[in-house]
Design a protein around this ligand. Structure first.
Ligand SMILES: [Zn+2]
Ligand SMILES: [Zn+2]
Length: 72
């Protein structure tokens, strides 16, 4: 899955982590969980933090960067 910056991210490279695909924590949060963080009033810093954190708990940079699939 693509991260916030549009980089395709694959498996997590963190030792002992068996995550195979980056999946943003924010996208996998329930509305209640998002509300707890302030909902749409969530600070930019907090928002980018959860956006760049995978459901496995590691940030997107820890995930393998995959080359953009060519469209031709
Ligand atoms: Zn991980
Ligand atoms: Zn992950």
């Amino acid at each position: 899955m693509k991260d916030f910056f549009g980089t395709n991210r694959g498996c997590c490279k963190q030792k002992g982590c068996d995550c195979v695909d980056f999946s943003s924590k924010l996208e996998n949060m329930t509305e209640e969980e998002v509300e707890e963080l302030g909902g749409r009033y969530m600070s930019c810093q907090r928002r980018s933090e959860v956006t760049l954190t995978c459901v496995c708990g590691h940030d997107s940079a820890k995930h393998e960067a995959l080359p953009e699939p060519s469209s031709d």
